[in-house]
Design a protein around this ligand. Structure first.
Ligand SMILES: *Cc1c(COP(=O)(O)O)cnc(C)c1O
Length: 452
């Protein structure tokens, strides 16, 4: 074998923060204020970490979405998806804007009632409704969306016993080009299961089939999928008219529009690949308008949009606990918030920005949370300027699901505050205390104490 040619090794500086095709420093501009309120003040007054919602953003997002649909279709009704964020103050912003309530469990249903939503403006979804839940929903004239045949039979029996005709829709699942298929909820379109359910309802005559419902998935990046879904829903509605001479009052297209959070592993930023609400609106409205309904029999269009309306209205402000070097030389920063408050960091690369001005040097960082478990990684790789202990950061796009999916594993949950339209700050949920945590614990007498 010939001897290889020797080349002298060189040392070269690593350049970070240079231009890439998206410009410079896209991920790490300082964010010192939220709606005019200093992040440092928020942390000083309400603790660290703290969830912060912007009422102005919530309302403007909602109004934009509503405009996108009402300028394309004559009959539109939104229903706020409670599980996306069911803090009462937040729900009531949506109700003030005209949104009904969309709930998927009994306690969410009770919450909507307590928030003053009239029973007939509550949409009751989900696979787990007991006979008692269904009876309550019937008594309140709510819209019951049936998920499976067992529920259909149970509801039919209750209706027959009570001699009432509850208003129902069936949930339909279908192939609309998004895989894996979401076929675990509702009745399948392609196999004829949906039509089977519809026929059973209409020939039995015990339930009043007023609508058709679908929710094709969540964070759906293709507006075309909604066009396919809307055409299949329209096909069912027109089939019902033709076969049973009955007009469906509404088609509920569910939620699932993507928010501007970037998925892990994606090359582009979400702002570059996620459709605008108007594109989803166009796909749905154009399909319904051209699908064969007479102008005077167009069904109402219901929407249960969750994450796309609120994700970017919620922030998590937190602090640096410590820095360290990992054994492979990478820099690690430990934050006072982790996957306990950001369940979503398992699939999103949440945007995180320092809350104070900084210089030009940046370095690749692993961001860890404070939990004593290895999977508590907020960002596995993020370019950030050096962050010192007690420095603050703002995590973006945590308005959807983070609060409702948060857990108290080794750390009590923090306060949630709302910045109102006049930039005034209100606590809308207090931080948890040890008493809150132990409220439901019961120790048998002999386990009340120990002697060490
Ligand atoms: C979760 C859910 C929604 C809201 O979904 P997003 O993806 O947050 O828009 C709407 N409808 C139903 C039935 C749901 O389960």
């Amino acid at each position: 074998m010939e001897k290889k040619i020797y080349e002298r090794p060189i040392i070269k500086p690593l350049n970070t923060g240079l231009m890439n095709k998206f410009g410079t420093r896209t991920e790490y501009l300082a964010m010192t204020h939220i709606d005019g309120v200093a992040v440092k003040e928020l942390i000083k007054n309400y603790g660290s970490p703290v969830f912060v919602y912007s009422e102005a953003k919530i309302r403007s997002n909602f109004q934009n979405a509503k405009r996108a649909f009402t300028t394309r279709y004559p009959k539109v009704q939104f229903a706020w998806s409670y599980k996306t964020c069911y803090l009462n103050a937040i729900c009531n912003i949506y109700h003030q804007e005209g949104s009904w309530a969309e709930v998927v469990s009994r306690f969410e249903y009770d919450k909507a009632l307590k928030n003053g939503v009239p029973g007939n403006k509550i949409i009751f979804n989900g696979p787990d409704k007991t006979a008692e839940d269904l009876t309550l929903a019937i008594d309140n004239d709510s819209l019951i969306h049936i998920d499976h045949f067992d529920e259909l039979y149970m509801l039919t029996e209750i209706a027959q016993q009570k001699n009432v005709k509850p208003r129902v829709a069936i949930r339909v699942n279908m192939d609309c080009g998004v895989y894996p298929l979401w076929d675990r909820f509702g009745f399948n379109y392609e196999t004829g299961q949906a039509w089977d359910a519809i026929s059973k309802i209409l020939v039995t005559g015990s339930l009043n089939l007023v609508g058709l419902h679908t929710h094709i998935g969540t964070y759906i990046m293709s507006s075309a999928a909604y066009a396919v879904a809307a055409s299949k829903m329209a096909d069912l509605a027109l089939g019902i008219r033709n076969k049973f001479n009955k007009s469906i009052e509404y088609i509920d297209m569910g939620g699932g529009f993507a928010s501007k959070n970037t998925l892990k592993g994606s090359y582009l930023q979400a702002t570059d690949y996620v459709p605008e609400i108007s594109e989803y609106a166009d796909a749905i409205c154009s399909t319904l308008l051209t699908s064969g309904f007479q102008a005077n029999e167009l069904p109402y269009l219901y929407l249960e949009t969750g994450r796309a309306l609120i994700d970017d209205a919620g922030y998590l402000c937190g602090s640096v606990i410590a820095n360290k070097r990992l054994s492979d030389g990478r820099k690690a920063t430990i934050m006072d918030f982790g996957v306990n408050l950001m369940f979503t960091s398992f699939w999103y690369d949440h945007k995180i920005t320092p809350a104070q001005e900084f210089g030009h040097h940046t370095e690749e960082n692993v961001l860890y949370g404070p939990l004593c478990m290895n999977i508590d990684v907020v960002r596995s790789s993020i370019m950030l300027p050096p962050l010192k202990t007690k420095d603050n950061v703002v995590v973006h796009h945590v308005g959807a699901y983070c609060v409702t999916q948060s857990m108290q594993f080794i750390a009590l949950r923090p306060k949630v505050v709302l910045i109102d339209m006049d930039d005034k700050v209100h606590i809308i949920k207090n931080n948890e205390s040890l008493e809150d945590l132990e409220k439901n614990e019961i120790s048998p007498g002999y386990l009340l104490k120990s002697t060490l």
